[in-house]
Design a protein around this ligand. Structure first.
Ligand code: MF3
Ligand code: CO
Length: 258
């Protein structure tokens, strides 16, 4: 069953999503080469608390961290620890918070300091695929229209979408129906209706799409060791244009010299 949100519920979700996106922005501005992923998770925990919310991930099926931090060949669900970020790494940051019973969920991949053109291209295409998918989140369309737009964008650029993990409905629960795959498989696909809230989240690999889970039970990595990127927004289906609930301004880099 797909839960349609009422206007009042959507207003609470807006706040949850604002908090999640503000936390992500703070984390992006905080990270520097040399930091451990554990340090970043602790900073994220502080920010989530400061903004009056709770991590939606900590304790979920036993997940041990406040946010997911996935470096280079790590695709999603990276577990923070003693790994140090190096200049040139790309790091996927996935933030989910609970506020007054509702969840906001978003992710973004960023370079640590700077990165190769190839890594930047992978990130750009993944983000573009997210927005191509979001553009299809309109009443009358089906979930598969979102999936197709994402897959087409990714494969046109010679990259691949991960099959084992998918986007999802989000609301009081982190994973609600419907599933939002980043590929089409010909299965029947639900029609989109106003009031649906979807976490749309392309997970893209520079090489082969196959992934595996590490021995920590969580961290998903590419089997071939190729780089991966992940962008996610929580999106509201309205009567008209899709509304990105986790939208946030990006402040200009503090390092920029005028
Ligand atoms: N955004 C991710 C998802 O939709 C985050 C889940 S991490 C978990 O699956 F640890 F909470 F599972
Ligand atoms: Co998600």
């Amino acid at each position: 069953m797909i839960v349609l949100k009422t206007k009042r519920e959507i207003d609470v979700m807006r706040v949850a999503c604002d908090i999640a996106s503000a936390v992500l922005q703070e984390v992006v501005e905080y990270i520097r080469p040399g930091m451990t992923t554990k340090q970043i998770d602790e900073f994220a925990a502080q920010q989530i608390k400061k903004m009056g919310a709770k991590s939606a991930f900590l304790g979920y099926k036993g997940y041990p961290c406040h946010i997911c931090i996935s470096v280079n060949e790590e695709v999603v669900h990276g577990v923070a620890g003693s790994r140090r970020l190096e200049f040139g790494d790309i790091v996927s940051l996935d933030v989910g918070v609970v506020y007054r019973g509702f969840i906001g969920d978003l992710a973004r991949t960023v370079a640590v300091g700077g990165c190769s053109l190839a890594a930047q291209h992978l990130m750009d295409v993944t983000e573009q695929a997210l927005y191509e998918g979001i553009a299809q989140a309109r009443p009358g369309n089906r979930v598969a229209d979102i999936s197709r737009a994402i897959q087409t964008c990714v494969e046109r650029h010679g990259f691949n979408v991960v099959r084992e993990f998918v986007g999802h409905g989000v609301g009081r629960a982190m994973h609600e129906e419907p599933q939002v795959p980043n590929f089409v498989d010909g299965k029947p696909s639900p029609r989109l209706r106003p009031g649906m809230t979807l976490a749309i989240e392309p997970m893209v690999t520079a090489g082969q799409p196959a992934v595996k889970v590490l021995n920590d039970g969580w961290t998903v990595v590419t089997r071939d060791g190729s780089l991966s990127a992940h962008f996610e927004h929580t999106v509201l289906v309205t009567d008209g244009e899709p509304e990105i609930l986790t939208w946030h301004e990006r402040t200009p880099s503090k390092l920029k010299v005028s």
